[in-house]
Design a protein around this ligand. Structure first.
Ligand code: ZN
Length: 291
């Protein structure tokens, strides 16, 4: 589901950015999407970005409306809300398990863009203190019911002196207008020796390559950046993170959602079954060292 933003076509709400990662104005265009939007590939660093894009103040207004979540941030309006929740929880359980196996759990966790708090809820047994942020007040209120401390807004709402052992942002960086500044802020909230985990739709994945411009993660106007493992690792290295590594991130989807994409009807019990899809999401983690 794309944001229902009726003024998106107005020229005054659009801007024509240089590469948000390296500042280059050299680009080639890969796809034309809806309306004025195109996917550009930076000729200097290789990251993909939306061009033009909605000005940031206009898109923040849209995020603060709880209706953004009604269809699910991932756009699964055609499956039941409960099935989506089950699939997301299964996805986050596996992520936490993968983090734990690498020694990245324990201590305090901050999740930026926590939505309804499914990850923070599943994280109870992995972390002592759980803190989140989300631009939607309604989502933050639900996330707070998991016992986590949740701030309404972005990373700037987290108290300046709060530092965490692990900072996680899944399906957030593709929305961010100033990615280097954003990750620097994450670093400022991470203890020395702590870790930052970023996950985002995989521009280099098989699904994207197979589906071309019909890839569901080409979502305008809200997705302004598109990473693969190389460009996502580059982003983290540029802000000084050490030992940047890829993390497996299989994603569960309700079978009914996949069937709906192909316009197939599915018996309700079968539609609830989770299917694990690899290569839809790329995830990397890096270590903060303030030495
Ligand atoms: Zn660039």
């Amino acid at each position: 589901m794309n944001l229902e933003y009726t003024t998106a076509d107005k020229e005054g709400n659009l801007e024509y950015p240089v590469c948000p990662l390296c500042g280059s104005d050299r680009r080639e265009f890969l796809f034309r999407l809806n309306g004025p939007y195109k996917i550009a590939r930076c000729a200097a660093c290789g990251v993909h970005y939306l061009h033009p894009r909605l000005i940031e103040s206009a898109i923040r207004d849209a995020y603060q409306q709880s209706s953004y979540y009604q269809g699910g941030t991932c756009g699964y309006a055609d499956t039941s809300y409960n099935d989506q929740e089950r699939a997301l929880r299964a996805t986050f359980k596996r992520l936490l398990n993968n983090l734990s196996r690498r020694g990245l759990t324990g201590g305090d966790v901050l999740e930026v863009g926590c939505g309804y708090g499914y990850l923070l809820d599943e994280a109870r047994t992995y972390f002592d203190l759980r803190v989140g942020t989300d631009f939607s007040g309604a989502a933050a209120a639900t996330a707070r019911a998991t016992g986590a401390e949740v701030f309404v807004g972005g990373i700037e709402e987290v108290p300046r002196d709060s530092r965490f052992d692990c900072v996680i942002a899944t399906q957030v960086i593709e929305h961010v207008y100033q990615p280097l500044f954003f990750v620097e802020q994450l670093v400022n909230h991470t203890k020395s020796g702590g870790h930052i985990v970023l996950a985002t739709p995989d521009m280099g994945g098989v699904l994207r390559k197979t589906m071309g411009r019909r890839w569901p993660s080409f979502k305008v106007p809200e997705h302004v950046l598109y990473f693969d493992s190389r460009t996502l690792s580059m982003l983290m290295s540029r802000v000084g993170l050490r030992d940047v590594r890829r993390l497996p991130y299989p994603h569960a989807f309700p079978l009914g959602l996949i069937a709906a994409k192909f316009r197939l009807r599915m018996p309700p019990l079968l539609a609830r079954v989770n299917v694990w899809v690899p290569a839809t999401t790329v995830a990397v983690y890096g270590t903060v060292s303030n030495g």
